[in-house]
Design a binder for this molecule. Structure first.
Ligand SMILES: [Zn+2]
Length: 246
């Protein structure tokens, strides 16, 4: 392939701009915020589940407490009713009176036992409620941390995309100065080797850093200026400049 030496030199400008574009794309993919957001998302998912579990437990205990309190009320109502009958003087037979008194005593004992149950549930419920409060606070804090990281990520991406847009504009202008067949070869090589063209600098290919042999240097010296050369080692387009050591 033939191309004017000036067009070949523009390939080096193109390679420089492409490396900036690649660096920006790499920065875009490896923003520290992305790992942080990922980490916080996992923590958030765990906390959301834990909050649901804790709320379910607290809800169960609330229902259990209501049920136990209703049991206490039922026993108390029965004891009150018995007490009223006793106080009314309507029951006169000693046997019935004794039976009534014994029932009141047993209902009072039962009420005491049930009140113990209510207290025990209330304690468990208090612990469950405070666990919910604690987990909700943790969940909200992690959500806020993640949102802040998302804002920082978005700001960084906007910045990178703005810079990349400018560099791509400059790349397009440079590419416009390069003959189509040379540009096509460059783009193909770039796709294959990341860097499509390299300078021959002091007898060394800047693409693979390998020093050319005397024979290779001699053959390059003999080559016409518009001949498009390739590095024998890395196959990139080798661009001659005054610093090539020829
Ligand atoms: Zn090379």
């Amino acid at each position: 392939m033939k191309a004017a030496p000036e067009a070949q030199k523009r390939l080096l400008d193109l390679a420089e701009l492409d490396s900036v574009i690649d660096r920006l794309a790499h920065r875009r993919r490896t923003l520290p915020e992305l790992a942080e957001i990922d980490e916080q998302s996992k923590r958030l998912a765990r906390l959301v589940t834990q909050v649901i579990e804790a709320e379910t437990e607290a809800g169960d205990l609330a229902r259990e407490q209501t049920k136990a309190e209703n049991d206490v009320d039922a026993v108390r109502t029965r004891a009150d009713r018995d007490q009223k009958r006793l106080d009314s003087g309507a029951v006169t037979s000693p046997r019935d009176l004794a039976g009534l008194q014994s029932e009141i005593a047993s209902l009072q004992k039962r009420q005491g036992d049930l009140e113990e149950v209510v207290l025990e549930i209330m304690e468990r419920r208090e612990a469950a409620d405070s666990k919910v409060t604690d987990l909700v606070a943790q969940r909200d804090e992690v959500a806020a941390t993640r949102a802040a990281a998302e804002d920082r990520r978005d700001a960084a991406l906007t910045e990178i995309d703005k810079e990349a847009g400018e560099v791509r504009g400059r790349r397009a202008a440079v590419a416009g100065e390069i003959p189509a067949d040379l540009l096509k070869l460059y783009d193909k090589l770039k796709e294959q080797y990341v860097v499509g063209a390299a300078m021959l600098h002091g007898g060394r290919c800047q693409g693979c850093k390998v020093a050319l042999s005397i024979a290779e240097m001699n053959s390059i010296k003999a080559a016409p200026h518009d001949e498009v050369l390739r590095c024998e080692e890395c196959r990139r387009i080798l661009v001659r400049t005054p610093e090539s050591g020829l």
